[in-house]
Design a protein around this ligand. Structure first.
Ligand SMILES: Nc1nc2c(ncn2[C@@H]2O[C@H](COP(=O)(O)OP(=O)(O)OP(=O)(O)O)[C@@H](O)[C@H]2O)c(=O)[nH]1
Ligand SMILES: [Mg+2]
Length: 383
């Protein structure tokens, strides 16, 4: 057991999903009062989204986590306008949200090439500043990585999320018969015959109380914030974390997971969700599935099966409920098909919403303005 936890710690420590860094813009260069020369502005510090990078690689390369841009050149007789200081660029993976120490979001990196300024360089000395330069901005900022995937796996430990991901994609996450096998998020790509790809993020299992920081779920819940849809996975025969914790049926698992998401961030539940009922190869799975289906069709009637404070405010209605066995592969091709279909439907809905929105804007723009009724202010003023 000691070996296990040490081993877990080592692997966990390998994954970095946030970094607090010190950034300093370059100072401006001196102006030249005698000839009215203007000093160069200091360089800026930027974070730029690039391919194949991790926050860990930044941490390893810059253990001191300090980034400073170059100072602007002074104005000289030969170059009255001083050169701008060199910018400093921190290359980071896409999916980064930048916040300051007060939690204010300064920007996001959604795609390769996106950039956010972390610290502005000082202005070069010029006439208006008595030819004295200003210093660059200095602050600490936090780079928070939230995985960008089409679907995020949500489930209790041992539900078979990693087994499922390894069966439908090329990802090779660790699988184990003990809870908390997965310690860091991992993305797998589901490939289709026409080369279309759907990305699925495997996340560490949630436990009850995850929203209050119990287990590791909370730390990783942020990763589902950026996925387009949720992929719930439950063990058809239910789950028990330990001998001193209650047994939870598949229905209870669905509701408790819903409640954990709701308590963490209610907005997560506005995402389309698909339910995977796993381990259909187990004996009694058929009966359990029938029971679950009946309970999901009449969710309100089965609230009493949950602790009072864990009844979700709104019951989730899943776009699809798909029984599978990640171990034997049964049901997986249908699941793959439905994942794609569901994402395509969501895209189509978004396009339709956009089209409708544009149409409304256009209608507003071309609508003739009604003839003013009542006093004509301009005329009466003249009169
Ligand atoms: N019988 C059966 N066992 C399964 C199936 N899928 C997964 N398992 C087993 O369930 C156990 C847990 O599987 P994992 O894929 O590691 O579960 P997980 O949800 O990723 O667990 P965590 O990473 O701890 O959250 C392993 O022993 C798997 O072999 C299935 O379809 N049928
Ligand atoms: Mg796992």
């Amino acid at each position: 057991m000691v070996w296990l936890s040490r081993c877990c710690f080592r692997k966990h420590a390998n994954f970095v999903d946030h970094l607090r860094v010190y950034v300093k813009g370059g100072s401006g260069g001196m102006g030249l009062p005698r000839l009215g020369g203007q000093g160069g502005d200091g360089g800026d510090v930027w974070v730029v989204a690039s391919k194949d990078l991790t926050l860990k690689s930044i941490k390893d390369r810059h253990p001191e986590k300090r980034f400073m841009a170059g100072v602007g050149d002074n104005s000289t007789v030969r170059a009255l306008k001083g050169k701008k200081g060199s910018d400093c660029e921190i290359l980071a993976p896409p999916g980064i949200t930048v916040t300051n120490d007060n939690g204010k979001v300064l920007g996001m990196l959604n795609a390769v090439g996106d950039k956010v300024r972390l610290a502005r360089g000082g202005q070069g000395g010029a006439f208006h500043s008595d030819f004295l330069p200003s210093k660059g901005q200095v602050r600490h900022v936090r780079l928070d990585l939230k995985l960008i995937a089409d679907l995020g796996l949500v489930g209790f430990p041992n539900a078979g999320k990693s087994t499922l991901l390894s069966a439908i994609s090329h990802a090779k996450p660790e699988i184990g018969s003990y809870p908390f096998t997965t310690l860091k998020p991992e993305i797998g790509k589901v490939m289709y015959d026409d080369h279309k790809q759907v990305s699925v993020a495997d996340l560490p299992g949630l436990i009850e109380g995850a929203h209050m920081n119990r287990g590791m779920g909370h730390k990783f819940l942020k990763h589902v914030e950026r996925t387009k849809q949720l992929l719930f996975v439950v063990d058809v025969c239910g789950f028990q974390l330990a001998s001193n914790t209650p047994f939870r049926s598949a229905f209870q698992a669905v509701q408790l997971l819903t409640k954990e998401l709701e308590l963490y961030n209610e907005e997560l539940l506005s995402k389309p969700a698909i339910l995977v009922v796993n381990k259909m190869d187990l004996p009694e799975a058929g009966e359990k599935l029938d029971e679950l289906t009946h309970q999901l069709e009449n969710q309100e009637d089965f609230c009493h099966l949950l602790p009072e404070d864990m009844v979700p405010s709104h019951f989730l209605s899943f776009r699809h409920t798909v029984p599978v066995s990640a171990s034997t592969g049964c049901g997986l091709s249908l699941l793959q098909q439905l994942l794609r279909q569901s994402l395509e439907e969501q895209d189509a809905e978004a396009t339709e919403r956009q089209r409708h929105h544009k149409l409304c804007e256009l209608r507003k723009a071309v609508r003739p303005t009604p003839n003013p009724v009542g006093p004509k202010w301009g005329l009466s003023y003249q009169a």
